[in-house]
Design a protein around this ligand. Structure first.
Ligand code: HEC
Ligand code: HEC
Length: 386
């Protein structure tokens, strides 16, 4: 099969040099050498997914259900610098493997070394993100999102017309697109199919519930330390104390288990503003998408799974450590008209319903570290194939 395919390639290349002026309008470039792929079998098989205990069933778009071949193709595209203008950058450069699929920079720089204004996001459990993507919610689907970085001047800074031609002419991709999507010839490779494959790969990045939190609180095959148990209680507490008094940290409302996000948009008190100064803040957040002034300063609630690896924290990467994040939630809350009612300071010893002391802070940190799952990074299916 491979041999026949190479023969096709050879014939087409020869044709390319001799029949250059033929009117060939199949591909985006008028003079592209197109060749048939129909000798390669198209037997894409439905991807079998493991859904961890406690996680919801998965919804997939009907026109892009995951297959083994589609996910494999998406994984190649995701890690392949062929998607960037100078072949130096891939999606994986900013959503890397050793740092929980973020680049561990406060804000991200692309191929030209220009920094954007927002911190990269960990791409985990996105199959469940049905309420918009990005910190501000401006992309609705993973397919739609994957179109954007390629042409973004501070990310991959290429054009899709150019990338389509590079993919059609590569040694690797015509066969892989054939196997994933059954295209008839190399010139059928489009941005639409490329982004579908990338989205399939992204949907496959599920955390699998292998953290200590899952062992202790979901599967109950291990025991928490005293500090972890207290941290669990703070994190999940609200006013109903049933006699066991615990100051309310209210975290779980927004960082809801098992994904540790509810994918909503909230203002967690990072930026001070008033009605008069609202439009002057550096990043308007969800307002950028909705144009509703009640959404100024609201950002998508990030997952806390594998938090230990996603520093620095918040949409602008302003905090370097989990300790700094906790200082913010305990005593750094900035007032503004859109501040979420669940967010208040916890540093007034007189306010016994809310006061969290140094030990309480360390307990919450101990609990957050239970969300670490190193098997996510060692899973060969999630790693670069190159
Ligand atoms: C230069 C660094 C960079 C590159 C390259 C890059 N990204 Fe991103 N990505 C970011 C940043 C920064 C954000 C957050 C941007 C925002 O909210 O405005 C982001 C956000 C995302 C999100 C949203 C996640 C969520 O939870 O909402 C997805 C999905 C994503 N990127 C996928 C990709 C894919 C696919 C590629 C390759 C085609 C890619 N990225 C290339 C930096 C990058
Ligand atoms: C009202 C909803 C809400 C509550 C309650 C809440 N958070 Fe958050 N959290 C958010 C939002 C929104 C962000 C992102 C804000 C941004 O970047 O602008 C965030 C960000 C974080 C981050 C940074 C994650 C990252 O990858 O950047 C951590 C850690 C965190 N929260 C922990 C907690 C803890 C611990 C509590 C309880 C003390 C808590 N949160 C309570 C909404 C909430």
């Amino acid at each position: 099969m491979i041999k026949q395919y190479s023969l096709f390639l050879l014939v087409s290349l020869l044709c390319f040099s001799s029949c250059k002026d033929d009117d060939n309008t199949n591909g985006p470039g008028v003079n592209d050498p197109c060749f048939s792929l129909t000798d390669i079998p198209f037997t894409a098989s439905k991807k079998e997914l493991i859904i961890p205990q406690g996680y919801q069933p998965i919804n997939q778009p009907l026109d892009n259900e995951m297959t083994d071949e589609g996910v494999l193709l998406g994984r190649h595209l995701f890690f392949d610098p062929i998607l960037s203008a100078d072949s130096t950058f891939s999606c994986g450069s900013c959503h890397g493997l050793d740092g929980n699929y973020t680049d561990n920079l406060a804000t991200s720089a692309g191929i030209d070394g220009i920094f954007g204004t927002r911190s990269s996001m960990p791409l985990i459990d996105l199959v469940y993100a049905e309420n918009g993507l990005f910190w501000d919610g401006r992309a609705q689907t993973l397919e739609e999102q994957a179109l954007l970085p390629v042409e973004d001047p501070i990310e991959l800074h290429d054009t899709w017309d150019n990338v389509e031609v590079k993919l059609q002419r590569s040694d690797r991709y015509p066969e892989m697109f054939r196997r994933a999507f059954g295209i008839a010839e190399n010139c059928d490779i489009t941005r639409d199919l490329a982004t579908k494959a990338i989205a399939q790969f992204e949907r496959s990045l599920i955390t699998l519930g292998n953290s200590r939190y899952d062992d202790v609180f979901i599967r109950q095959i291990d025991f928490p330390t005293e500090s972890e148990l207290r941290g669990f209680a703070f994190f999940n507490d609200e006013d109903d104390d049933n006699g066991a008094f615990i100051p309310d940290a209210e975290c779980f409302h927004c960082h809801s288990p098992p994904l540790f996000t509810d994918h909503s948009y909230r203002n967690n008190g990072l930026t001070f503003f008033t009605d008069d100064t609202a439009m002057d803040i550096d990043d308007l957040g969800h307002y950028e998408f909705s144009k509703n002034t009640n959404d100024i300063g609201l950002f998508r609630v990030p997952t806390l799974r594998n938090l230990e690896f996603s520093a620095p924290y918040m949409h602008d990467g302003r905090f370097n450590t989990i300790d700094e994040v906790m200082d913010h939630y305990i005593c750094g809350i900035q007032q503004s008209p859109t501040l979420d009612p669940l967010i208040t300071n916890h540093c007034d010893p007189e306010d016994t319903f809310r006061f969290i002391d140094e030990q309480g802070k360390q307990d919450i940190i101990a609990f957050l570290k239970m969300l670490t799952d190193t098997t996510f990074f060692s899973n060969p299916d999630y790693q670069s194939p190159f």
